[in-house]
Ligand binder design. Structure first.
Ligand code: SAH
Length: 346
């Protein structure tokens, strides 16, 4: 890559229009190129067939398109697809397509590696290398949308930010990517079909509420008892549950959007009645529902999925307290594509 050339997709539409005016061309040319860059997700200037050859060559001398490439694609026997996506600097992130009868969901990454240290998550073992740019997040979605059309004959319907990284620690870029994904000039998807999942950064949850975002919020809770949560998610020592609670109350008051708590029940860690009771109390702070996720083993067996009696107890107690609970089975385990398994193994 020629480092002197600028990534053209870092330009706003206005800046691109302005660039063409400076080149003695019409501002309108900027709109055309912008459409190619985003809506049509062109990988090269030569793809821009309604732009003259001279203009394409001129663009080539000023800019690059740092498009990501799907390096390897694996398909699970349940239809799940995992992409290892190569970035312009050769780093790799992973994204996943999860098909069900009614929807196709893209699970995308927001960072290369992760700076958090959740002890049950494979991504946490890769240190955080860098944040993804908005276009790198956008490109993952485009790649999955293409695969969805190709293998499942339908466009992508939902997006979850549950791949590698902590989205709220790359907030600005995630927001810019979502703006493009939801814009009619991008993919035109509804923000209601997008979930941003966070391990819970209170300050950023409040900022999201202030920014009046329209997507949904999921919080990886896993325990509503500080001592337990800190033992499995050490950053909880810095962002304790009381601060998370206050931020979530603030979120609900501002957005009126209920919160989803993601929760894995592990043997000997959070499978007792006191754990459920703490969760019930936490769920009452703001309207919410609980997603009980199956644990995807990542190694030596330090963590083990709780037995079915414990899961049944969670379900029963939550329901007695009128809290909606769903039990989510894992997809794509055979190709290490399930939650917490993304670790660039291949
Ligand atoms: N950093 C964000 C998003 C990435 S993790 C977050 O923490 O929410 C996506 C989800 O997978 C989170 O709910 C996380 O707690 C869960 N997860 C991580 N490792 C897992 C594992 N081994 N099995 C099941 N779920 C896991």
């Amino acid at each position: 890559m020629d480092i002197k050339k600028k990534d053209i997709r870092a330009l706003t539409k206005e800046a691109l229009r302005e660039f063409f005016v400076q080149q003695g061309d019409k501002a309108f040319r900027g709109n055309q190129v912008y459409e190619w860059l985003w809506q049509k997700a062109a990988h090269s200037f030569d793809d821009m067939t309604n732009v003259s050859k001279e203009t394409r060559q001129m663009l080539e001398t000023h800019f690059v398109i740092n498009h990501v490439e799907v390096d390897t694609m694996q398909r699970s026997n349940d239809g799940t697809i995992k992409n290892a996506v190569r970035l312009h600097d050769n780093l790799i992130v992973e994204s996943v397509l999860i098909p069900t009868k009614t929807r196709t969901t893209a699970c995308v990454s927001s960072q290369v590696g992760c700076s958090l240290d959740c002890r049950f998550c494979a991504t946490a073992r890769l240190k955080r290398m860098r944040n993804l740019n908005p276009d790198e997040i956008y490109d993952q979605v485009v790649a999955i949308d293409n695969e969805s059309r190709h293998y499942h004959n339908r466009p992508l319907s939902n997006i979850v930010f549950m791949g590698m990284g902590e989205p709220l620690m790359n907030y600005n870029n995630v927001i810019k990517a979502i703006e493009k994904i939801t814009s009619p000039e991008g993919l035109g998807m509804s923000p209601k079909r997008i979930v941003v999942s966070t391990s819970g950064v209170p300050k950023m949850i409040k900022k999201m509420a202030d920014d009046d975002v329209k997507f949904k919020l999921a919080v990886s809770l896993h325990s509503a008892i500080d001592e337990v949560r800190t033992s499995i998610m050490p950053f909880n020592a810095t962002f304790p549950l009381a601060d998370l609670r206050d931020a979530l109350i603030y979120w609900y008051e501002k957005t009126k959007n209920r919160i989803t708590y993601e929760y894995v029940v592990w043997k000997g860690i959070n499978d007792k009645r006191k754990d459920v009771d703490a969760l019930v109390t936490f769920c009452k702070f703001a309207p919410s529902k609980v997603n009980l996720i199956e644990y995807n083993p990542i190694d030596d067996g330090e963590f083990q999925q709780a037995n079915s009696q414990a899961i049944d107890m969670y379900q029963a107690v939550l329901e007695e307290n009128n809290i909606t609970v769903t039990i989510r089975r894992s997809r794509g385990k055979d190709i290490d594509a399930a939650c917490g398994q993304l670790a660039n193994k291949s």
